[in-house]
Design a protein around this ligand. Structure first.
Ligand code: GDP
Ligand code: MG
Length: 163
């Protein structure tokens, strides 16, 4: 069985862009509109010796009680349940939001292997700008730029082991 990686995070942090990087396809819907990709979406990828499945998800609203948000939360919970490792994507430029805290709390309670990924970090140094993400209590913050392909190989090493 190939390991399964789930991409989780609030809308617009760059999950679908990262999905495309990890799978080398452009099947996921990438848009400037928050929350457009509402369904789970599967792809396959390979880095070094690792072959893996990636699940892209729509946005995440753990406490929403109805409509599309409830469906999105359900889809994301299912993706997390199916995953061997979760990549929790946050936005290095926007900073930490209440929604990030909700998702972080959910993932921490779950206790599944989780890598905290600060996307849109091109041109940033790991330092002051990323420090606030440690508040999530999920350990190390790993900066990447999905759009520029920076840190993506290393991300797979972190998630799945040496390439
Ligand atoms: P999703 O809603 O989490 O799936 O986010 P998308 O992948 O649709 O991306 C949302 C927006 O962020 C798009 O405008 C992307 O072009 C942009 N984006 C994604 N990755 C990066 C990145 O590494 N750097 C920057 N600056 N923008 C990015
Ligand atoms: Mg998306």
């Amino acid at each position: 069985m190939k390991p399964v990686i789930a991409l989780v995070g609030r809308p617009n942090v760059g999950k679908s862009t990262l999905f495309n990087r990890l799978t080398k396809t452009r099947d996921a819907i990438v848009a400037d509109f928050a929350g457009l990709t509402r369904d789970r979406h599967y792809g396959q990828g390979r880095q070094g010796k690792h072959e893996y499945i990636v699940i892209d998800t729509g946005g995440f609203e753990p406490d929403a009680s109805k409509g599309i948000f409830k469906e999105m939360a359900k889809q994301t919970r299912q993706a997390v349940a199916e995953a061997d490792v979760v990549l929790f994507v946050v936005d290095a430029r926007d900073g930490l939001s209440a929604q990030d805290h909700d998702i972080g709390n959910y993932l921490r309670r779950l206790g599944k292997p989780c890598v905290l990924v600060a996307n849109k970090a091109e041109g940033m140094k790991a330092g002051a700008q990323l420090a606030e993400f440690y508040e999530l209590g999920l350990g190390e913050v790993y900066p990447v730029s999905a759009a520029h392909g920076q840190g993506v190989r290393e991300l797979i090493e972190l998630a799945l082991g040496p390439l």
